[in-house]
Design a protein around this ligand. Sequence first.
Ligand code: ZN
Length: 95
Amino acid sequence: MLDNILLNKINQLSSTQLKELQNYIGKKIPPAVVYYQKPIRCGCKKCKEGGKGHGNYWYAYFSYKGKTQCVYVGKEKREIDPLKEMKKKKSNIRR
Ligand SMILES: [Zn+2]
């Protein structure tokens, strides 16, 4: 549990310091992930005509640096590591 000394210190922080603290804590704890199943709509005739789409496929949602991120998981549900997924995303952009 957090002790009162620590809580008092946190209460004295400025909003800038609190943001720094939030960033610091965010790096220590991986964000909570919510798993979601939804169909994919592609460009095929059925989908364009407002069909149900394909699948259901799993997606993982989590918040990262203040933004909601969505990661495609696949047909089978599996646990993902949100921080690792973000690293993958970043390296994909660089290529
Ligand atoms: Zn389709």
